[in-house]
Design a protein around this ligand. Sequence first.
Ligand code: PMV
Length: 361
Amino acid sequence: MTEQEFIPASYFKTIEKGVVTWESPSNIALVKYWGKKPNQIPENPSISFTLNHCKTITELTYEKRDSDGSFSFEVLLDGFQKDSFKPKIEVFFERVESYLPFLKDYHFQIETKNTFPHSSGIASSASGMSALALCLMSLEKQLLGDAIDDAYFNEKASFLARLGSGSACRSIEGDLVVWGETPSIEGSSDLFGIRYPYEVHAVFKEYQDTILLIDKGEKQVSSTVGHNLMHGHPYALNRFSQAHDHMKSLKTILKTGDLDGFISLVESEALTLHAMMMTSMPYFILMKPKTLEVINKIWEFRKNTGLPISFTLDAGANVHVLYPKSESVEILKFIENELVAYCQNEQYICDQIGFGANRIK
Ligand code: PMV
């Protein structure tokens, strides 16, 4: 697929008004995307587990209007007007307008809520942007007289979501999604996420992700700024090529159920992401002292018990604790007894691998 193929030739139907609702999950990367080219093209490939419980639910109400050459929309979060979200959505609309030429012909009300606690430090951009992209695709599908299939629908939804927030393109489907062209994954693309196309061992089918909410404060450095600091970064080229190598190694790990290999690769990816932040100019640190204490506790517990527990991090202080479902009882006991004390207000979220977005209305 090329970008041109996402531009519709013409619409056959007139739709006056309507409403559509989608719920879309967050995702957690195993191989991390960090660094981008213009138009939200990733510098390196990434792969993520789609989550199951951390979701955004977005209801899009649309009504036809006489276009005045601008976008017309309002945004509500948890039932209240949320004007601070408007600039990001305005930028998103500008980026996707050529692929959704109906945007200026409607007034939109975007009503959104998250299933995870408000300002928990969990990025809602992946779930939020993918939910909005899916709602817009449902409207486009009607305008096209339903003449598009599910594969195109999902591909274009992922393509649009990417233009809102890069990692959002990995939130349309599940359970493992690849984004970014890389020779070891057939069909991989810089333009949209694809479902991981190879065999996956049963142990990775019901993987658990318990998210420890270490610090709920505003991030000091946004991921947009962080991605840009990879331009001219002294280790950037090695990092990008390492990500390709990791994608290739992960293929064998996922197929054979090699848990030791999985743990080393995923933890190395998490620490490399943060090492890139610490070695950019200006440098910055998003981990907190408690992030490091939790990591050391996990390592100690793994050494003492031999259980396959591991962690990953996103661009923040929270720790995602990853483990197979079969070890849940013991590992959850450890989390509750030893790790929850490090969480802000003892807050944590038990999530697991999920299967993507759903239309609910
Ligand atoms: O989608 P963005 O621009 O917020 O970037 C997210 C980057 C990481 O979460 C740190 C890694 C990833 O691949 O999700």
